[in-house]
Design a protein around this ligand. Structure first.
Ligand code: ARG
Length: 466
């Protein structure tokens, strides 16, 4: 869907009254013009089929709406603040174009069911689009994960080196998150797939309308069941914003990691020049601006969610003008998330991985201490707690000697626990063997990571709904 806001024209009106200023929404709800015209077309078609308006009036309305769509698409339509919102702007123009027949379009309809329908259509469309962007991000993470399914990296808890993992395994954790975001978008679409059109102001109408017909024409699964709820409900927008907020939270966490990894202290990755900027004063610096901004933009997205929840929480049934405040929150969040997704896709595609440095960091952090403890359990049949205590002492010894666990000698080990006599303990202290041994379902062993990658490749490719 395109919206030509770059060509949008507003009529030059003199000083607006305060009520016009506070009441007007056309400067943002013009974005709904395509859905508004689509809704009017469906409504007019139904009115004619049901014998509520004449064929002649229907033809005029249809032609008029088509011209208006063209005018707005081409940027020749003049929007007026005096006419409040997109619905009134289009209706007023229809009058100019076709005369009194225009007045028949609003039979058995109210702006209350009209705006609820338009907004659902708009959000459904955007939720699909965001779903597509999420799939692109997932595919790009899958590609990098496949490349790095066996690239060693320290895994962290409390941001302290914990156990060796692979970079691919780490990226696959994000695939799971974005996969849930994708399915949340589809769940929301499924729930909002009901047409409010025909609920009229709040109580339905005495005209013999056919709501199933308009629902069908607009691509909704079915009409909503209760006319009061139809015009009062904005759950679909709140749920959509909540889903956006969760996805933004995931993007922010990934951004935070990218920022850490690209510091000279970590030095695990380098960002491409396209996604970083130089400092204006410190020549050595390469700042991860894109990642920082994705992290920061989560703030406004969360703000929009809270804003709409707050608007809705005290509203009596049915429609109140408060609900006009639903739109900017949603529009801004959609723009923000789409931009963040595109930037993240670019950053992930372009980043280069410093394998040597990541492996060094893994080895330096006593990350195989758990493997040592596991060995004591498995080979010497010690209770895990006892093995843990002994391992702590061995790590302390290595720290004192300023060496890695693998660099200790067998007699060093024996000085802590004399029953360690088997040289094969050292086999388990290498990062490679540690990673390869974690073959439990969902674990970090490369073969497990490949299995996860395979699962997601199939799920994304085969199931449109993922
Ligand atoms: N611009 C309004 C909105 O976005 C349209 C509905 C107006 N309804 C009314 N009863 N004044 O909510």
């Amino acid at each position: 869907m395109q919206n030509n806001h770059q060509h949008k024209r507003f009529s030059l009106e003199g000083a607006e009254s305060i009520i016009e200023k506070i009441n007007t929404s056309v400067n943002f709800d013009y974005k709904l013009y395509r859905q508004d015209i689509q809704g009017s077309m469906a409504h007019a078609t139904m009115l004619e089929k049901q014998g509520i308006i004449t064929k002649t009036d229907y033809q005029k309305i249809k032609e008029g709406l088509k011209s208006i769509l063209k005018e707005i698409d081409e940027g020749t339509f003049t929007f007026s603040h005096k006419l409040e919102d997109i619905h009134m702007n289009i209706e007023a123009r229809l009058f100019e174009l076709i005369g009194t027949a225009a007045g028949r379009l609003h039979t058995a309809r109210s702006r209350n069911d009209q705006v609820a329908s338009d907004f659902r259509l708009w959000i459904k469309d955007k939720a699909e689009k965001i779903g597509e962007d999420l799939k692109t991000l997932i595919n790009c993470l899958l590609k990098r994960a496949e490349e790095h399914a066996a690239s060693f990296m320290p895994g962290f808890t409390h941001l302290q080196i914990a156990q060796p993992i692979t970079f691919g395994h780490h990226l696959m954790a994000y695939v799971e998150m974005f996969g849930r975001d994708l399915s949340r978008m589809h769940d929301a679409i499924d729930r909002m797939d009901e047409s409010p059109l025909g609920a009229a102001a709040l109580a339905g109408t005495s005209f013999p309308i056919n709501r199933f017909m308009t629902a069908n024409l607009l691509g909704f699964r079915e009409p909503t069941r209760n006319s009061i709820d139809s015009v009062s409900d904005r759950d679909f927008a709140v749920e959509f914003l909540a889903n956006i907020a969760i996805a933004a939270m995931h993007l922010s966490r990934l951004s935070e990691e990218i920022i850490l990894w690209s510091t000279s202290q970590f030095n695990f990755i380098s960002l491409s020049d396209a996604f970083s900027t130089g400092s204006s004063i410190m020549p050595q610096k390469k700042n991860p601006d894109a990642a920082e901004l994705i992290r920061a933009k989560t703030g406004r997205i969360n703000g929009s969610l809270i804003a709409l929840l707050t608007v809705m929480k005290g509203l009596p049934l049915a429609y109140s003008k408060d609900m006009q405040e639903d739109k900017e929150a949603v529009f801004d969040s959609v723009n923000t998330l789409e931009l963040s997704l595109i930037a993240m896709i670019g950053m992930i595609t372009d980043l280069t991985v410093n394998l040597t440095r990541m492996k060094q960091a893994t080895e330096a952090g006593y990350s195989t201490a758990t493997d040592l403890a596991d060995w004591l359990v498995r080979i010497l049949n010690l209770p895990f707690r006892e093995a843990h205590r002994i391992t702590c002492q061995i790590v302390a010894l290595a720290e004192k000697k300023k060496c890695t666990l693998a660099q200790l000698s067998l007699s060093d080990m024996q000085s802590i626990y004399p029953n360690i006599t088997n040289n094969n303990i050292f086999h388990f202290l290498s990062v490679k063997n540690s990673v390869e041994s974690r073959q439990s379902y969902g674990g970090t062993a490369p073969q497990e990571v490949f299995r996860q990658i395979d699962y997601w490749k199939k799920r994304i490719a085969n199931n449109k709904k993922a």
